[in-house]
Design a protein around this ligand. Sequence first.
Ligand SMILES: NC(=O)c1ccc[n+]([C@@H]2O[C@H](COP(=O)([O-])OP(=O)(O)OC[C@H]3O[C@@H](n4cnc5c(N)ncnc54)[C@H](OP(=O)(O)O)[C@@H]3O)[C@@H](O)[C@H]2O)c1
Length: 288
Amino acid sequence: MTSRLTGTVALVTGASSGIGAETALALAAAGADVALVARRRDRLEALADRVRSLGTKAEVVEADVTDRAQAVGAVQQAVTALGRLDTVVNNAGVMLLGPVEGAPVEEWDRMIALNLQGLLYVTHAALPHLLEAAAGSRATADVVMVGSIAGRSAQAGMGVYNLTKHGVGAFAESLRQEVAGRHVRVSLVEPGPVATEPVHPHPARGARGRPLGVRRHPAAAGGRRRRRHRLRRDPAGPRRRERGAAASRRPGLTGRDAARPGLRVVRRRDRLCGPADRSAGPTARRVT
Ligand SMILES: NC(=O)c1ccc[n+]([C@@H]2O[C@H](COP(=O)([O-])OP(=O)(O)OC[C@H]3O[C@@H](n4cnc5c(N)ncnc54)[C@H](OP(=O)(O)O)[C@@H]3O)[C@@H](O)[C@H]2O)c1
């Protein structure tokens, strides 16, 4: 059966879990052959079996995209194995949260290396192939950047993650202006909180407790306010996740809105990034 993306090839970074894995399956379900990029080969192999069961080809690409040579190699492997490149989903990203004061700077390095540099390396290596595909009979290619609602506002304890996701939005818009005339579409997806991994609650606090490993602001330590965070385990090391209490109660609300009672998100746009769209974030409306 021919589907919308039959005959096209997509590459998804961070395909071994969460949003990336689901995106890869959705692309395969729409008919695309998919190159699956991440570091955990065993997870990619399992996902590749699921992709193939949907009737399309899968190429497992084990790569750390923060290493430029590996990012370039990943794109090359995908093109060599699958023959072309029509869609790139820059999804690999990490959220390591905590206050600036006393922050382990290596966490900042890791976020910047993956959320920004990895995305840049992959995009740079893929662009010639995307332009070539867009110049062909299909006359369309796509780069999708996975940003975040955290790229629209800033919150205490999220500064460097905010910085990387604001950067993703700015880069997407700039690139869109550069290549739109040559039929390469640049899209920016800015999800709110997504439950991508199981919660690992602190054993001493039960299901609603503060999970292991979340660094608290010194001012909050010993205070009465408790935050609920979700944490995922990472074989590569501890990893902190964006899960403020306000966000988990009222997904999508940040900053001052999150503190105001009676608000909830009534609309969220995942859309093409364009100049007019920069102001079109989630809309908070008072619930009566
Ligand atoms: N979940 C949310 O609430 C949420 C909200 C807004 C935006 N986002 C964004 O959505 C994207 C995906 O998030 P997620 O929640 O699905 O995260 P996730 O489940 O933790 O997946 C992250 C993916 O990135 C891969 N990755 C990590 N380091 C890598 C590296 N150096 N090279 C290549 N791949 C690497 C991981 O695979 P390996 O470990 O196997 O390499 C994994 O497949 C991120 O950009 C995130 O910022 C998430």
